[in-house]
Design a protein around this ligand. Structure first.
Ligand SMILES: [Zn+2]
Ligand SMILES: [Zn+2]
Length: 254
């Protein structure tokens, strides 16, 4: 059973009048702007569109089942990747991660995915393409980001935390392989009651992760010795992954 008409009306009415002191260092406040059904190839969902006072972007929640006032709601936080999610780029595995998460949530009793419009680890689409260009001239992904004047991760979860508050989600089980993401959300006032590992099926597109030999300071090193960042905030676990690499990945993120 998804969100009822009554719940949708209440959420929208409440958001219309909503004001608060904000979440996180930038006092982010969000409001639900619109809600509609979104049947998809992954199941029956509602899509909830949000306004916020920080970045002028339209972040959305894709909700399966009833999550309002619920405990232990499975949640995936996905950062937008136009090249991967939409265009099927093989430079990253964002699309695999997105589809795996939506399929998982669509088969559960309830759950939701927050689709955050923070392209390229928060540096934006144009800068991400610039970084790709630099990689064609011998930079690795860390060097490319630093050359453009960015830290290697510019993401912030304040908007995501407030979106969960707006939906009255009481506690979440985060679908992630990254304990640091749990800490970030906890610091922002989200009760994380558990973690669901995000394990992707092996296919020809995630061969990189299956072949990767080493990990340095939380970054994957490819067979040419170049560092590579995951475009999503945590490293994916792929079925059949080298056990040694898997262990290093998990310990490097603690
Ligand atoms: Zn607010
Ligand atoms: Zn990507």
């Amino acid at each position: 059973m998804g969100l009822t008409h009554m719940q949708i009306k209440e959420l929208l009415d409440e958001s219309r009048a909503h004001e608060c002191d904000g979440v996180g260092p930038d006092n982010v406040c969000v409001r639900i702007a619109a809600i509609a059904e979104l049947p998809s190839r992954f199941g029956a969902f509602h899509i909830v569109a949000f306004y916020n006072n920080q970045d002028g972007k339209d972040h959305v929640a894709i909700v399966h089942g009833d999550v309002c006032a619920k405990e232990n709601v499975p949640v995936r936080v996905h950062s937008e990747c136009l090249t991967g999610d939409v265009l099927g780029s093989l430079r990253c595995d964002c699309r695999d991660q997105l589809e795996t998460a939506l399929r998982m949530i669509g088969q559960m009793e309830s759950g939701l995915l927050l689709y955050m419009r923070q392209e390229g680890r928060g540096i934006g689409l144009v800068n991400k393409i610039r970084a790709y260009g630099l990689q064609e001239h011998g930079y690795d992904t860390v060097e490319a980001n630093l050359a453009l004047g960015f830290r290697d991760d510019e993401r912030d979860y304040s908007v995501a935390a407030h979106m969960l508050h707006s939906l009255h989600v009481r506690s979440i089980r985060l679908i992630t392989n990254n304990p640091r993401k749990i800490e970030d959300l906890t610091r922002l006032g989200i009760k994380v009651s558990g973690r669901i590992p995000h394990v992707m099926p092996a296919n020809e597109y995630n061969r990189f992760y299956l072949e990767t030999k080493a990990v340095k300071s939380g970054h994957l090193i490819d067979l040419n010795g170049k560092q590579r960042l995951a475009e999503q905030a945590d490293y994916p676990i792929v079925e059949g992954m080298n056990e040694e690499v898997l262990e290093m990945l998990l310990s490097s993120q603690e």
